[in-house]
Structures are given as structure tokens and as C-alpha cells.
Ligand binder design. Structure first.
Ligand code: GDP
Length: 448
């Protein structure tokens, strides 16, 4: 955990990646360090253009000095920013100079951790910063920004308040035992509990969409050789100028390719690639192949329309929880119409990669799955941790509703609502352990 009396320093930009580099300092010594560079008292939120002298008074560089006095800063502490030229040598020397003046190198995420500890951000917002930086698509970036701006937090808080209201009512009823049965039997209370369950389920659904937005839709592609797998993917790419993106923090991988389709990121996993990799690097390949398949959200079968029925067996080995989609390709040869049919939860599409007829149906379908229908308006980013806690909160709310309905057991219902409140508090960081904070912030980049 961050020790608040220490002043920390880090580069807030990658050196030499751009013409400018930012050295960020936060903590009690930030003011002393600012005066040392500027030679006079800095004006808060004002850009001073000045030289940045070393210990001997010789300029290391010349640039902008910005001063944010506590609590009006990102971390809530005194913050100094030096905007210098992007030279790794200049930036290294500036960092070294602040260390000479008493700062120490920040750990990953330490600025954001301090912002959280000082109440500048809740945990959802801090996590959203990391998600925004890592976002691989426009939709993911927009969703992370909504979380950062507090939309997800507001929904969690509003549900928490509703839980507390009902709990307080039940506890008051328990405190007046002579009237308890009447109080606990009011239709309004039952309606309120039913409403809580509904709201918890809605929040859970939204958080699940949010997790999906953060983590690309994983599509496993299967099909016989020559069915037209590459052609379909190329047609998809051409029709939308799909961009092959490199998600920050990951290296390119022969098994998978990330494409952005209408601002939504998809990870395509080619089973032929899986097979090659298994042959080449036995153990590691096997493990990876199994991981990739287990993570799949969608199993996409690409068939020659004339053989589609026989190919359906290829879907059998794929994880049961992944959605299924069948592309009947080459309709220009089979004389079928481009169309979409949904049978028992499986979507079948008829198209021709060669003529492009029907390719838009596939684009629309993939985009819908990747982003969720809701993504266009109001989706926010979320993490598996949030989903798990909201699930627990929902289960306790359901248990509270049932306890009152079936046995008029006020004590049980109140205890469950208290646990629901606790679970929701974990999402925003109202209740946390050092352990959890350590895990969350250590995954951040240095300087954030
Ligand atoms: P893959 O082995 O599954 O990746 O299949 P390819 O994409 O390499 O395609 C195999 C062959 O089928 C190539 O000769 C393609 O030109 C042809 N092909 C692919 N899609 C269509 C289509 O919609 N109509 C027609 N007539 N031929 C197609």
C-alpha cells in the first residue's frame, strides 16, 4: 500500500514515443521540488515556461511546469508536472533530480491508488482508467470513459441506497415486535423487495455487457478446408475496412487476430492455427488451445452451402456455453437467397463471400454479439470482479425476498440485505482489503 508521507515520481508518458515527456510528482515534497525548478513560488493551475536546472544550476531542459495544490489534483495531494522534451536522457535526468530532492520512484498505479485513498475516485473509476488506457476499440474506450465519469458507480450507489432503505424499514419493524407481523406483511414491502431483485438483475446484466466490452468477443472459426473461411473473413474486412489492431499489452499471436468492426473489437481464433500450434509446440500449444477454446464466446462454422448439413458435426466438440452461428457460404453457386434464420438459439446466415451478397448480415450479427444491443447507448465498462460481487448481492436480495415471503422472517431478511449492501460496497471500494487494492493497482502502468 502507498505510504502517504512519501513523495513519488514517475514518467507519465513513454519516453521518445512522442516529442513530449511528462514527469509527474505527487506528495508533500512536490512544492519544494517545484520551487527548486522554478526559482519562485508556482501559481496553481498555471503553465510556467521555465528552465529545469540540475543541482549545479545548469539547465537539463526547458519546458512547462504545472502546479496543482492539494486537494485540487489528480491524486488529491500536491502534484507537480514537468512537460519536457521526449528525450529518454532528459527525462531520466529530470526524474533523477526529483529523487535527489527527496522523491522516490512510484510503483505501477500508485498515483491512481492515492487518488482512490484520498476519495478522488472510487474503485470502479480507478479501474476504468486502466481499462480506458488498454481499450482496443472505440466502443470499449467509450464504455470505459462512462465508467470513469461515474455512470456505473452511480447505478451501484443507487441500488445500495434502495437496499439500505428496505433494510432500515425491516429493522424498524423488528424493533417493534408487537407490530412486527403487520409491518412485515405490508404489500409495499414485498413490492419493494421484488423491485430490488429486478434492479439487481438489471445491474448484473449491464455489468456482464461491460465485461464483454472490456474483453473482446472471442470467436472460434471452424470449417472444412475450402469452405471459404479466409474468403469470408477477407470479405468482412474489406466491406468494413476492418483494422487489424494490436491491443496494448499483448503481443501478436499466430492463433488469433484482433479486428475492429464498426468500432467493436473481435478476437478471431482460427482452429487451423490451433492445430498447427499443437503440432509445433506440444505441451504449451495444447494448453493454449484449450484455453482459447474455453474462452470462446461464439463458435462460427463456415460451410459451403451445399455441404452445410454434414458440417454441423464440427460444432459438436466446441464448448457448449459458446453461442453458435453457421455461415452457409457460396450461395452464388447454390442459388439460395441471402438471409438470416434463427433456429433454437442458433443463428444461420446465407451469404457469398465472393459476390459480397449477405456479408453485411454477418457484420451486423457479429457486432451485435460483441457489443451487446445496449452498447450503443449507455454501456459502461466492468470487470469480472464487479460481476461476481453484484451476483452475490443479487443472491442475497433474492434470499431476503424469499425469507419475508415464505416465513415472514424479518431477521433473516435484514441479515441478507446487510450482506447485499456489503457486496455492493466491494464493487465501489467502500469495503476493500489491502490485498485487493494491491492486486488491482499493480496491474496499472507506472506513472498512472
Ligand atoms: P478456406 O480454406 O476455408 O479458407 O477457403 P478459401 O477462403 O481459401 O476458399 C476456398 C475456395 O472457395 C477459393 O477458391 C475461393 O475463391 C472459393 N470461394 C470462397 N467463397 C466463395 C463464394 O462465396 N462463392 C464461390 N463461388 N466461391 C467461393
Amino acid at each position: 500500500m502507498s505510504a502517504p508521507h512519501e513523495t513519488i515520481v514517475a514518467l507519465a508518458t513513454a519516453p521518445a514515443a512522442s516529442g513530449v515527456g511528462i514527469v509527474r510528482v505527487s506528495g508533500m515534497l512536490a512544492g519544494t521540488i517545484a520551487r527548486e525548478f522554478l526559482g519562485t513560488e508556482p501559481t496553481p493551475r498555471h503553465a510556467h515556461f521555465c528552465a529545469f536546472p540540475d543541482r549545479a544550476g545548469t539547465a537539463i531542459d526547458r519546458g512547462l511546469l504545472l502546479w496543482f495544490a492539494a486537494p485540487h489534483s489528480y491524486t488529491g495531494e500536491d502534484v507537480l508536472e514537468l512537460h519536457a522534451h521526449g528525450s529518454p536522457i532528459v527525462l531520466r535526468r529530470l526524474v533523477d533530480r526529483t529523487v535527489e530532492l527527496g522523491a522516490r520512484a512510484a510503483r505501477p498505479g500508485e498515483f491512481s491508488e492515492r487518488a482512490f485513498l484520498n476519495g478522488k475516485l472510487d474503485l470502479i473509476q480507478a479501474e476504468a482508467i486502466a481499462d480506458l488506457i488498454a481499450s482496443g476499440s472505440e466502443v470499449a474506450a467509450r464504455a470505459a470513459l462512462r465508467s470513469l465519469e461515474g455512470e456505473f458507480s452511480a447505478q451501484v450507489k443507487s441500488l445500495t441506497e434502495a437496499v439500505v432503505r428496505v433494510r432500515t424499514w425491516i429493522e424498524a419493524a423488528i424493533d417493534f415486535p408487537e407490530e412486527e407481523i403487520d409491518f412485515l406483511a405490508t404489500p409495499q414491502l414485498h413490492a419493494d423487495l421484488a423491485d430490488l431483485v429486478e434492479r439487481a438483475n438489471a445491474l448484473l446484466a449491464a455489468a456482464r455487457v461491460g465485461v464483454r466490452l472490456n474483453d473482446n468477443l472471442h470467436v472460434v472459426i471452424v470449417g472444412r478446408p475450402n469452405a471459404g473461411k479466409s474468403s469470408v473473413l477477407n470479405a468482412l474486412a474489406r466491406s468494413d475496412r476492418a483494422i487489424v489492431t494490436e491491443v496494448p499489452g499483448t503481443t501478436r499471436d499466430p492463433l488469433r487476430e484482433t479486428i475492429e468492426l464498426d468500432g467493436v473489437a473481435l478476437t478471431l481464433i482460427d482452429t487451423a492455427g490451433l492445430h498447427d500450434s499443437v503440432e509445433r509446440i506440444e505441451q504449451e500449444g495444447m494448453r493454449r488451445a484449450r484455453c482459447e477454446l474455453a474462452r470462446a464466446d461464439l463458435a462460427l462454422l463456415i460451410s459451403d452451402d451445399k455441404q452445410a448439413e454434414a458440417d454441423l458435426a464440427l460444432l459438436a466438440d466446441l464448448p457448449a456455453n459458446a453461442a453458435r452461428m453457421v455461415v452457409h457460404n457460396k450461395i452464388d453457386l447454390s442459388d439460395n437467397q441471402a438471409r438470416r434464420v434463427e433456429i433454437g438459439g442458433r443463428v444461420d446466415l446465407w451469404l457469398s463471400a465472393k459476390t459480397g451478397n449477405g456479408v453485411n448480415l454477418l457484420r451486423t450479427e457479429l457486432r451485435k454479439l460483441a457489443a451487446g444491443e445496449e452498447a450503443a447507448d449507455g454501456a459502461f465498462s466492468a470487470r469480472a470482479r464487479h460481476v461476481e460481487a453484484i451476483e452475490r448481492a443479487r443472491d442475497h436480495v433474492v434470499a431476503a425476498r424469499d425469507a419475508l415471503k415464505d416465513q415472514a422472517a424479518g431477521e433473516l431478511a435484514a441479515a441478507d440485505l446487510r450482506q447485499a449492501q456489503q457486496a455492493l460496497g466491494e464493487v465501489t471500494g467502500e469495503f476493500t482489503s489491502d490485498d485487493l487494492l494491491g492486486r488491482i493497482f499493480s496491474s496499472f502502468c507506472i506513472g498512472k
